[in-house]
Design a protein around this ligand. Structure first.
Ligand code: SAH
Length: 337
């Protein structure tokens, strides 16, 4: 039996139509699920008994088990258990502009970036749509808050689970559903070029972030396995097409790793690479993890790198550091307890 949270509104409409029912039923059910947050089908007051029985026969209304919640001042990490026993994490960040949730898209990850903790566990499977949707619903319920921003930057490569990620976005963006504005949703990819090109035609104003992390192939090849498949020039070319088509600004994420990609020469090369592209660069101070050898660049080096990019006319910010105390920071999430 399928979990009802896997269904987008159009898919649920199709379901009702196939049963000879009115499409509008789907809207009603959606509102019960996402506006009223029911926990059993019986709570759907304006739905006929027959329909409720039919839904009970055909769908599960099942949530995620929360195994652990770790809180710091402005960040909260959740460990969820999926129905097959696999585990994933999500992280809530409290910004002054709202609550941002970082969700996982896969159990494990096959991208094999050498600096990332999340990739130490190889991909076990893709997350179902419902398993992404429920990360939001559960966090909102547990903390009694509304999430205003969503980033697909947890465990996994969203573009390696493309169809489910797009259905997930459809559900959370749906005005009759969670109604999270597309401009408040960001998908981050390590650079799967064909999917960037597919994504540019999705018609929504969802933000795209690219994990670049290097100014050239020589360095990127060492850090990111995906660069063997899609070279940096191909990624940049795809991003240019994306911008041309969507007129939206793209974010490049760039982790600063001591002695690896943080030199002045790297900053200059990066500026040359990105010159004239409607983008901004988000410099990420590396979060060290006990299993990996990379070191974080010093504050001085980060400032220097930042200033060089700025001088070259690149829009640049340094990412605020969140949650390193509770291992909730970028690249520290893993699929185990
Ligand atoms: N697979 C997607 C989504 C994950 S996003 C992607 O690669 O974009 C997680 C972000 O955190 C990525 O930019 C990743 O490169 C970065 N990251 C990984 N390990 C990190 C670490 N230890 N410190 C800081 N950032 C890290």
């Amino acid at each position: 039996m399928e979990n009802i949270y896997n269904y987008t509104l159009p898919k649920l409409e199709e379901y009702f139509l196939s049963k000879g029912e009115k499409k509008f039923k789907a809207v009603q059910v959606f509102e019960w699920l996402y506006k009223h947050r029911i926990t059993s089908f019986d709570e759907m007051k304006n739905i006929s008994k027959i329909t409720k029985e039919d839904l009970k026969e055909n769908f599960k209304l099942e949530t995620l088990a929360v195994l652990q919640k770790q809180e710091d001042i402005d960040v909260c990490k959740f460990l969820f258990e999926l129905s097959d026993g696999n585990k994933i994490e999500a992280v809530l960040m409290k910004h002054d502009y709202g609550n941002s949730l970082c969700v996982s898209s896969q159990v494990g990850c096959n991208m094999g970036c050498s600096f990332c903790e999340s990739g130490r566990l190889k991909k076990v499977r893709n997350l179902e749509v419902s398993e992404m949707v429920l990360q939001i619903l559960e966090v909102e319920k547990m903390l009694g808050i509304r999430i205003s921003h969503l980033v697909l930057m947890g465990i996994g490569e969203p573009f390696d689970n493309y169809k489910n990620v797009m259905d997930f976005i459809s559900i959370i963006n749906e005005p009759k559903g969670i109604d999270l504005g597309a401009r408040h949703i960001t998908v981050s990819t390590c650079g799967i070029v064909p999917k960037i090109l597919e994504f540019m035609n999705n018609g929504k104003q969802v933000n795209l972030a690219i994990s670049l992390h290097a100014p050239n192939n020589e360095i990127r090849d060492k850090l990111m396995k995906i660069n063997h498949a899609y070279k940096i020039e191909e990624v940049i070319e795809a991003v240019k097409k994306y911008i041309e088509k969507t007129k939206r600004r793209v974010t490049f994420e760039y982790i600063l790793l001591q002695g690896v990609n943080d030199s002045e020469a790297c900053a200059k090369e990066l500026a040359r690479l990105l010159k004239g592209i409607n983008c901004y660069v988000n410099l990420i101070p590396y979060n060290e993890t006990s299993h990996l050898e990379y070191k974080k660049s010093s504050k001085e080096v980060i400032d220097k790198f930042y200033n060089m990019l700025k001088k070259e006319g690149i829009n640049v910010t340094v990412r605020r550091e969140f949650g390193s105390k509770i291992s909730a920071a970028c690249g520290q999430l893993r699929a185990e307890g």
